[in-house]
Design a binder for this molecule. Structure first.
Ligand SMILES: Cc1cc2nc3c(=O)[nH]c(=O)nc-3n(C[C@H](O)[C@H](O)[C@H](O)COP(=O)(O)OP(=O)(O)OC[C@H]3O[C@@H](n4cnc5c(N)ncnc54)[C@H](O)[C@@H]3O)c2cc1C
Ligand code: FES
Length: 278
């Protein structure tokens, strides 16, 4: 059990929770995540540790309500307990002074990207960040990203804010302007990562992507998060979640995720019917 110390609504669907978790706060480094269950009997979901204070013993998570478990989490009130939380999990992001760093986040991917943007900036890199979403209401962490980056660019699919189009278009415009980068970090929906990293890799930029297969135990035991990188089977929860993008088998990951989609949509329908008393 872990007590929810405070909660802020950052936008209609996005929450920042501060959780009492002294052991996780002491050990955590940028890029790591927790797996939590909001209440007894709910599913376990991975969420990145967005911030931590080892002295005061808290961690923060920033999450978007996208389905049943994140909806359940959003109903926990200040002072109440989260059923269980395990972490820090995953390998920390490799952070050093690379020079010019490019961080690209699509949709919910902005949440796991945020601590990495901060860590790269704190390490003395010049950080350009691009965030994208379907529309401006779904954009995450715009103010926080602006504060943590040297330059922030925005793209929305419907043009309601920033560039009308995709984050990959914005990257192409930067290249056309003559911008060059030493390293790129890309986090978002798999198809967005596949397209965007193919462009950054083609520009000769060392590129990392944070993979988001379904995770269950987060300890390398269940095999749920397996991915193929450079022809080898890797577990995103213990070997990742970040991998050199040039070696990732994107098509296999897309296929594996689509296998779960039907199950998740049924689960969300059942949850909505339960809420409606049907
Ligand atoms: C390492 C990692 C870090 C993440 N960090 C954040 C974060 O900081 N903030 C944030 O808002 N989201 C983050 N996510 C995504 C988050 O885990 C999903 O949004 C959440 O699991 C959705 O669950 P749901 O039941 O509400 O929705 P569902 O309707 O069940 O699922 C919606 C989508 O979420 C993904 N998902 C569902 N269950 C899991 C699972 N057990 N493991 C992995 N993905 C799942 C799938 O892509 C699915 O299509 C992260 C994912 C990973 C893998
Ligand atoms: S989540 Fe089970 S092996 Fe990675």
């Amino acid at each position: 059990m872990a007590r929810l110390l405070s909660r802020d609504k950052l936008s209609p669907l996005v929450w920042r929770y501060r959780i009492d978790a002294p052991r996780i706060a002491r050990k955590h480094r940028a890029g790591q995540f927790v797996i939590l269950r909001p209440v007894e009997g709910s599913e376990r979901i991975p969420l990145t540790i967005a911030n931590a204070d080892p002295g005061k013993g808290w961690i923060e998570i920033i999450f978007q309500v996208v389905g049943k478990t994140t909806a359940r989490l959003s109903h926990i009130r200040q002072g109440e307990e989260i059923a269980d939380i395990v972490g820090p999990l995953g390998r920390p992001t490799h952070v050093e002074k690379f020079g010019r760093a490019l961080c690209i986040g699509g949709g919910v991917g902005a949440a796991p990207l945020y601590p990495i943007v901060r860590a790269l900036h704190d390490a003395g890199n010049h950080v350009t960040t691009i965030i994208g979403a379907r529309n401006k209401d779904l954009l995450m962490l715009e103010n926080e990203m602006r504060e943590a980056s040297d330059r922030l660019l925005i793209a929305t699919d419907d043009g309601s804010e920033g560039h009308h189009g995709f984050v990959s278009d914005v990257f192409n415009s930067l290249v056309a302007e003559g911008e060059a980068f030493d390293v790129a970090m890309v986090i978002g929906p798999v198809i967005m990562m596949k397209v965007t990293t193919s462009l950054t890799v083609a520009q000769g930029i060392r590129t990392y992507a944070s993979l988001n297969p379904i995770m269950v135990d987060g300890t390398g035991m269940c095999g749920g998060c397996r991915v193929t990188v450079e022809g080898k089977t890797r577990f995103a929860c213990v070997d990742g979640p970040e991998f050199d993008a040039s070696g990732i088998d994107w098509d296999e990951l897309i296929k594996r995720l689509s296998a779960y989609r039907q199950f998740e949509s049924q689960k969300n329908k059942d949850h909505e019917c339960k809420l409606a008393g049907l």
